[in-house]
Design a protein around this ligand. Sequence first.
Ligand SMILES: [Zn+2]
Ligand SMILES: [Zn+2]
Length: 415
Amino acid sequence: MRMIDGARGQAWRGIFRRALLAALLVVPLAAHDDGAAHRAVTPAVGTPVPVAGQYDYAGLLHLHTALSDDATGDYDQLARLAAANGLAFLIVTDHNTFGAGRAGEGRRHGVLMLTGMEASRPEGHLLAMGSERAPTDPKTSTDAFLATVRSEDGMSVLAHPTHRKWRWEGPLDDRIDGLEIIDLADLFYASSTGDKVATVAALGVVGPTAYLRLSARPDEALRMWDAVGSRRRFVGVYAPDIHQAVELWEGAKLPFPPADQIMRLARNHILVDHPLSGDLIADRAAVLDALKAGRVYVGLDILGDAGGFRFTARTGKTTARMGMEIPVEGETAFEVRSPSAAAALEATIRLLRDGVVVAQSTPGASTLRYGDRRPGVYRVEVVVPRKSAPQAPGETIWIYSNPIYLRASGILRGS
Ligand SMILES: [Zn+2]
Ligand SMILES: [Zn+2]
């Protein structure tokens, strides 16, 4: 979330900066609807081809509409752009309101639209998904909030937990199901004026890949993820945090960054056992179940479609998918399968245990196999070299898996 500058003393400086930014934004805004030129993904939402028995759907969560006072846009606009960008689902989370609520849910332009909420808590911002009764009043207790979402079988996720202004200051309660490892809008809004200007200037030349300049490895969020994961499942997701609003002055907002650009950058890919059916109740459950179970990976799909990525582990007779907690029984055989775009990107598969790389493929490899007997949080980062993403500050993580958790049998609590 962006907060409008509170201090009056900063107001004039803020207005000057915004006016400068507005002048710069006019060019990419005028040019932003540049059609297929920069699209890396297929603009169609159909039934995907199953890989290893699972169907892969790309979608986004944590988007705002004009129901948030610091955003523009509406469900129909977001759905239309999502369809054009090959997204199967969106979970809209306006600030402190279920806004359109259940009535806003359903298929629009072929896209499954779901309603959640981004709640301002005393400790930071929490997303509630699969909930309709979580308290919208920021003054209610977070304990009650988490209890309500849990009682509805919903999902609570930390929004931008390591953000320098709006970080999560509370305890990592066991009822918090996951965290955002990347919150794109906040990377943009919180960047320096110089970085904003450079990003906006580059947009006119290289299109939305210009945002990759903000894509440094989110080390602090990854450490938090691995640390909580050592005790329990903790789901990592990507959030575009779409606002489409730069406030110039009270009541005047430029629709920037445009949703159409942001939707092409990165996506959550959920894995489900059956194709989405078109039935709202069943599809909502399928999407939320996959997210809660951690059957999700993040792809910076603007570099190449991450669809088809798979990460599994086999131990004894069990084959574990992402998000599962399994007991150590002798050696566990991990297998990572990179999507087909990996070859052209010369992407390297890295398997990490508790944040430390334990195995690495050659560049462009399609698979990585590795065995280990130690408990730990195992997850995958597929990285591309600078030459495959020249706008980025260094090598870029193209794909983040969710972990598979290998537990010493004493601490396994079932999954
Ligand atoms: Zn926020
Ligand atoms: Zn937000």
